[in-house]
Design a protein around this ligand. Sequence first.
Ligand code: PEP
Ligand code: MG
Length: 851
Amino acid sequence: MNEENQDLTVGSPLSGWCASLDDSPDPVFSGRVLGDGVSIDPVVGEVRAPFDGEVLTVPESRHAINLRADNGAEFLIHVGIDSVGLAGEGFEAAVASGERVRRGQLLLKFDLEKVLRRAASLRTPVLLLQSGAFEVAGHRSEGPVDFGEALFEVSPAAGQEAAVEASGDGPEVAQTVAVGLEHGIHARPAAALIEAIKPLEASVFCQQGELPPANARSAVALMSLGVNYGDQVTVTARGQDAGKALGLVVEALKPLDESVQQEHFLKTAAVEPVIQAELPEAPVDGAVIRAQPASPGLARGTGFRLDAEVALLDIKAGSVEAEQAALTGALEQVRNHLQQLAETDGGTGAEIAAAHLALLDDPMIADHAAYRIGQGGAAPLAWQDAIDRAVETLKRAGDARMLEREDDLRDIGLRVQRALAGEDIGHGPEIPDGSIVLADNLLPSQLLELDRDRLRGICLAAGGATSHVAILAISLEIPMLVAAGPQLLRVEIGSELLLDGELGEITVRPDGPVAERFEQRIVEDKKLRQVEQDQSHAECRTRDGARIHILANIGSAQDALAAVKAGAEGAGLLRTEFAFMDRNRAPDSAEQLAIYSRISDVLESRPMVVRTLDAGGDKPVSYIEQQAEENPALGVRGIRLGLENEALLEAQLRALIELERPAPLQVMIPMVSSVHEVRAVRQMMNRLGQDDRNTPIRLGIMIETPAAALIADRLAQEVDFFSIGTNDLTQYTLCMDRGEPRLANRLDALHPAVLELVRLTVQAGDAAGIPVAVCGGAAGDLMAAPVLLGLGVRELSMPGSLIARQKARLRMLSMETCESLAGRALAMSSAREVRSMMREFVLAQSAPGNG
Ligand code: PEP
Ligand code: MG
């Protein structure tokens, strides 16, 4: 055993490859901000004691351990870089704080593969924490190292002061702050704090609850506090630079966004200056900002900024009982309010309120909030943390449609915060008459609380076209655009705006003639709307008599009902994923049969195209075991997943085979890329007895991979129909992730390359005599539909809300015009060119006198 202040040989706590700390990818470690030592790339997922000593701290995330050797020197072993984000997943602690350990004893176990995949690096710094009292010598040179082999020597520092003792004279200043660091005070923020106050003349301490104050110049002391996100920490500083030190420490502990930036800054500062994303220019007079249409219509009005904010600073926690009671009371208040909305609103607002009620009582959120309060957190911070965690879980799931539920979570998050703050949760902010609301994002409750008599339109910098708030805007007939990008937020409040929910653009401070033309379009649009509604149920034929079938994309019996009411001729795409999500196990055949029968009953004798489960990749289903994929969009998804999980697909096909209906049932396979997938499904259906049905099932496929479009002639020999999924076909053809907001404006099905694949598909379908539909987003796009018709498509399936308008527009076309537009589009070289041609076309079409 080493005595106090004796020399010490540090044995390797890991087995792996030893290297200099210079090689550490994290500047905190390579810059020796916390201390000196070595870095080890482990090959065994175990950390063993490098000497006899004591465990100082094992953080909740178990990704690191602090030890004190018997000679008094303190050490940090930090498994991997940025591994704190795993939140303990894959880590197991074999010891606890305060425990005595013997050299070679197992301290931590970790899942090598998980850390490797999820952390920035596996390289593990093993270091003597800087205190001035000890120094490191004789670092092991680069090469393999096994448990217990000598890494370096530690000896008392010659002629140096023990630990930095800052002067403690002068007045004391203090402040309590809610820690906004995403992962609490772990190694890196501790290093940031120490660095920040290093040159200052002040003694600084951080205290949490009843624990003794921790010296802010000691990494171990700071980490020993076990501070998590949302915890209250009191910072005290005394001495000549006390005020400055206090400011710097509070700054470093501050709320999430800034703290994350702070962490990021520290990470990159030593390597390169921080590169700030350039702020977009404020739009000039007459500027046109492009966005995605989410709710149709035209609006002229004045820009008004609205933001979802919750002020969570300087909140002090009372007793656990008081905080829990406050949260319970706020939840009760919000529950009553939502129940009232669900019962009295009657429309989409009621449905959304019902969905929010379910989320409000989600045990994962409630349990986490209670846990946080139990740890001494204030109710607002505990609640916010629980909401953030739930959002994070959804984000990790990665499905764009599930992601849109983030808005719903944020929405209940905001309502409860407002109730906790004693605000009136039924009323939103006052908006001026004739407002076009501009926001980064808008929550359904915020929209519901706005004075609709004063609201003309909505434009969001972010947001999705299928989010709840968009659905709500459609039902309230409020024109709305989404994904306008950050430039929108530079629009001056009070600017005159023209919002075009058809072309997907917003014009800022237009000149007189532009505003006048827009005003005329508004008048024409009103007339057209009436005609649209009157004729929404009539069949759709172009001016020269071509019959165009207009169907709806649905996900439930409720959607089916809305679609039929909106004039759909049937369901061109039933996305069955929804029956499989939000549950712990797959629905069995009987359950599925019940779901499909309800939908079929609503559709009566109308066509019904049921797509088999399109899960996997970006639409994960929790109970289907899937290996992590580097690139899920290109992974085991759609039919690939179905064929790997035969029981799942069989259960679905069995339900469909049992579904008898008055019109033929169409079954459609997603994500097909080769003929053998179709044959495999057909064989399965034969094996399951599809021949026993009264009416045969028609089997078709989605054309949504370039491969399927390119071999469409061969696929056409195997199936009864094609339906083109332009969403995925565009993503795969342009190699642009459909969920990436920065690419949203370029992910355009009107790209000539996508159109060429549509042309090939239609050609193959025609040659084989099978129908070709389009069920992706292009079908409902007023600018894309004429081109699709020109390429020979005669069936379009789209959200029910777009049907009346699309039918009315198609009736104004002639096939000759469509073919000419398609021919020109195919010869163009970019989506932008095609879109600008179509923009002119739609504008001319909607000009006065053309209605
Ligand atoms: C498509 O890819 O166009 C499509 C309709 O399928 P989903 O959007 O469900 O992937
Ligand atoms: Mg698809």
